[in-house]
Design a protein around this ligand. Structure first.
Ligand code: 8YV
Length: 309
């Protein structure tokens, strides 16, 4: 049997149901009771970024062999525990890279050019009384990227096409990359106008965007986060924006989703999306197919397509 932790794409649910005995964790009235009855027959968990596989769940499934997450992010999976117990882990890299990078650029443009505010201005009938305010240029600006993995590199490639100069921060300098490397996030922030967060969420990168980094980016700087909400110290972000110490922010992820600090709602230099980075028909289908292909490969004893562990 396969345990799905929470509702995901209905296509994924249907396709899993065709192939496996599917348990829907969110429909169980009592989780302890459900686990007592069914834990023995569960050999796989399908989780996502809302609900993954924490140590408690892993410990309660004595026959668990594989966690196949419907996400590229692994922060909701206890990888240490999985490694200890020899449980395999797969995710959905590559197939969502383009969409997330596209959206990162979209957020930069929407934030700098105030696209949503300009649209609201027109809809409210204000155009008749005069033109919309001037905004900030994106093309040709200096772009900083935290995390030059698949998504960070795709953002860099797009920003290059906008004539931007690229610099980055990551754990170590990348070989065969001509972008300027900063070993320190504060130095990166001090030397760029648009700062993108696209690294994995780990203990080291939690709150990588703190007050010092925000102040280094400064009142003309724009912060874009398509990584994880917990990369940013959110109360610090809110106060910096309210006090005008940060120029603007475009966010797709938040510390406590689906809760977003409501103080941000009044600000025109902020664009807030509801964690939709990979949510296109094309990509969600590809992610679902990859989740299934990994499970099938595992149960047939074949090599996994996108193994993390
Ligand atoms: C998820 C994401 O796919 O892949 C990730 O890490 O953040 C998203 O694209 C979405 O939240 C569903 O789990």
């Amino acid at each position: 049997g396969v345990l799905m932790t929470c509702p995901m794409l209905s296509y994924l649910e249907q396709e899993l149901e065709k192939r496996f005995k599917l348990f829907r964790f969110w429909e169980t009235a009592s989780r302890p009771e459900f686990l007592k009855q069914n834990s023995e027959s569960i050999r796989a968990v399908v989780g996502n970024t809302v609900s993954g596989a924490d140590s408690e769940l892993i410990d309660s499934l004595s026959n668990l062999e594989i966690v196949s997450t419907y996400s590229v992010g692994l922060d909701k999976i206890d990888l240490v525990k999985c490694r200890e117990k020899g449980i395999k882990v797969t995710n959905t890299p590559d197939v969502l890279t383009d969409d997330v990078a596209d959206l990162a650029i979209g957020l930069a443009l929407a934030t700098a050019r105030k696209i949503l505010a300009a649209d609201t201005f027109l809809r409210n009938g204000f155009w008749k009384n005069g033109d919309f305010e001037l905004t900030t240029k994106f093309s040709g600006k200096s772009v900083g990227i935290i995390g030059l993995g698949r998504i960070g590199s795709a953002i860099a490639k797009r920003a290059e096409a906008f004539g931007c100069s690229i610099s980055y921060n990551s754990r170590s300098r990348k070989r065969n990359v001509s972008y300027k490397y900063y070993s320190n996030v504060i130095d990166l922030a001090a030397n760029c106008e648009f700062l993108f967060v696209s690294c994995a969420l780990t203990e080291e990168t939690r709150h990588i965007i703190n007050r010092e980094v925000i102040d280094a980016l400064g009142p003309k700087g724009i912060l874009i986060n398509i990584g994880r909400g917990s990369h940013v110290d959110e109360p610090e972000l809110v106060s910096a924006l309210l006090q005008g110490r940060l120029g603007g922010a475009g966010f797709d992820v938040y510390e406590n989703e689906p809760n977003v600090p409501e103080k941000l709602f009044q600000l025109q230099n902020v664009v807030l999306l509801s964690h939709v980075g990979s949510d296109t028909f094309e990509t969600c289908k590809a992610m679902a197919d990859l989740v299934i292909a990994n499970l099938e490969a595992h149960f047939l004893g074949r090599p996994l397509l996108t193994a993390v562990l």
